[in-house]
Design a protein around this ligand. Sequence first.
Ligand code: C5P
Length: 220
Amino acid sequence: MTRPPLTSCILLAGGKGLRMGNSMPKQFLELNGKPVALHSFDLFSRMSEFLEVVVVCPKEFQSLFLKKKLSCPLHFAPPGKERQDSLWNGLAKVSKTADFVCIHDAARPFVTAEVVQNVLQGGFEVGAAAAAMPITSTIKETDGKGFVVKTLNRSTLFEIQTPQVIHIPLLKQGFQKLKEQQVTVTDDVSLVELIGAPVKLVTGAKINQKLTTPEDLRDC
Ligand code: C5P
C-alpha cells in the first residue's frame, strides 16, 4: 500500500446491558459527568487517524453524540440482536474508501490513545489485531456443573479487550464464514479466526476494562 491505510472507527453502543440491572443500557449511564459511551467517542472523534466514526446505537440515543463538535464525519447504524449483528450493521455504514475498521465497545470508557495507536499499528502489519492483557488468575475449565475438567496453562492465556482493528476484506470473508457455519462470536477478531487468518494481540491497558455490573461503575 503506497498511502497510509484509511480507517473507520465503529463504536458499538447497541447492547441492552442487562447485567447492569438498570433499564438504561450501561453505555449510556452517567460516569464522571457524561454518558459512558461519550468517553471513548470523544477520544476517537478527535484522533486524526480516523476517517469517520460510525456509532451503532438505538435511535433515541443518537442526539447525545450529535451535541458534540466533531472533527470527522459521524454516521449511525441500528443495533442488531447480537454484537456481531451490530457490527454487520455498522460495517454497512463505513465509507467505500476505508481499508480498515477499528471496532470498540462503548462499555470500555477508559481506552487510551496509546492503546488505540498500538492496535492500529498491529492491525496494519498483520491484517487483524486486538488489545489484550495477560491473565493473572488461574483459570479452570469446568463441566458446566461446577466440577473441574482441567486447569489451563495461564502463561498462554490473555483476556481480550477492544479496540480490535481488522482489514475490511478479511472481515467480510469472516462474516461469510460465520453465516455458512451459523455460529455466534463474542468479539470481532473471532471472525478472522474463522477463516484461519492470523490475529495479533497487542498489549492493552488494565484501565481499559469493560463496565458490566453496577459494581464496575461504582468502582470508577
Ligand atoms: O454485551 P457485551 O458486554 O459483550 O457488549 C460489548 C459492547 O457491544 C457494548 O458496548 C454493547 O453496547 C455492544 N453491543 C452492541 N450490540 C449488541 C450487543 C452488544 O452494540 N447486540
